[in-house]
Design a protein around this ligand. Structure first.
Ligand code: FA5
Length: 338
């Protein structure tokens, strides 16, 4: 029996087959177990020798079973590892990814241009006080220009900045000239919205202060920006305009060969030479903070523009309100492109 059992064990190819062999010989009603059970029928003098014999057979079978089991188990594990092996060189599954919002892309383009021109990029608070948003920018409380930018007021008397220009004041109070900065950020106006006007939108503000900074520096800078955005064919146009914090002031527009075939002058923003009253207000604030007056007598230019207008044309978005309605059909078009 031992030989046939060992033969059976050797030829068991799977753990299930081995289990069947085990049951056949050493299971509850297996052949060896039965032999042991029948010892009682033997004459007492034969029992001991026969018992030892069967136990030896059982031990040999059990040892063979254990060994075969560990061999089969290792083989099964190897097979599993083989079949479940991960090929790390296979391309991954395409997962839905986010993407940069079109306004951020336009900001990135603009900021890359200005960094190339040596500008620092700064940001400032969206909650402002009247002094920085209006007074220090030469817009006294009785000035009709306040009506040009209707304001969201907070209960504590502060406000949501209506433009990024208050950062001109904040930066100059903290830093000494010469410098070149651009400011990026959100601005807010209490106004009826339409296809080209939102109550929350963005601005990029520029400010350059130094000795003999001139209007032609301003024009050259805006032209450089236009060419950076739209290529060498871009042209810029300046038209006189009024902003209390600059003198003279000018609106600027860009014209270029638009691949969409809708070439027209794109009104981008306002600009001008920093008004002497702004420099004076800055020096007053500096003096109050124990800092030297360093701005009076200098010149500088400033500009402010809305990236929404650029993005609308660039991406063919007909209504500014689409940018912030969180409609996945709009935002989804910019997925994965970074
Ligand atoms: C200003 O806000 C001035 N601070 C710009 C400036 C800076 C002038 C420095 C001179 C020197 P204005 O209100 O025109 O100006 O706004 C500037 C630009 O913001 C506009 O040309 C337009 O592109 C954008 N803009 C204004 N209002 C809205 C609006 N409701 N929705 C979307 N974009 C707007």
């Amino acid at each position: 029996m031992q030989d046939t059992a060992l033969q059976d064990i050797r030829s068991a190819e799977t753990l299930e087959a081995l289990q069947a062999v085990k049951t056949k010989y050493v299971g509850k009603s297996g052949l060896v177990t039965k032999e042991l059970g029948s010892l009682g029928k033997l004459p007492p003098e034969e029992r001991k020798a026969r018992g030892a014999e069967i136990n030896a057979v059982r031990a040999a079978i059990q040892a063979a079973l254990d060994e075969r089991e560990s061999v089969l188990k290792r083989a099964a594990l190897d097979a599993r590892l083989q079949s479940e092996a991960i090929d790390v060189t296979l391309p991954g599954l395409p997962l839905p990814t986010g993407g940069l919002h079109p306004i951020n892309r336009v900001y990135d383009d603009l900021i890359a241009i200005y960094r190339r021109l040596g500008y620092h990029v700064v940001e400032g608070p969206e909650v402002e006080d009247e002094h920085h948003n209006f007074e220090a920018l030469n817009v006294p409380w009785y000035h009709p220009a306040r009506d040009l930018q209707d304001t969201f007021w907070l209960e504590d008397g502060r406000l949501l900045r209506t433009h990024t220009s208050p950062m001109q004041v904040r930066y100059m109070v903290e830093h000494e000239p010469p410098f070149k900065i651009v400011v990026r950020g959100k601005v807010y106006r209490y106004e009826a919205t339409d296809a080209t006007h939102e109550s929350m939108f963005h601005q990029l503000e520029g400010l350059v202060v130094g000795e003999r900074v001139s209007m032609s520096d301003l024009k050259g800078t805006i032209a450089e920006m236009a060419r950076g955005l739209y290529g060498p064919s871009a042209r810029v146009r300046f038209q006189p305009s009024y902003y209390p914090f600059v003198e003279p002031g000018a609106d600027f527009a860009v014209y270029w060969d638009n691949p969409r075939g809708e070439s027209k002058w794109l009104e981008l923003g306002g600009s001008g030479m920093v008004h002497p009253n702004v420099f004076k207000a800055v020096d007053d604030l500096r003096e109050a903070a124990g800092k030297p007056r360093v701005y009076e007598g200098l010149t500088g230019f400033a500009f402010g523009l809305g990236p929404e207008r650029i993005a609308m044309l660039k991406y063919g978005i007909p209504d500014i309100r689409y940018f912030y309605a969180n409609d996945p059909r709009v935002i989804g078009q910019f997925r994965g492109e970074l």
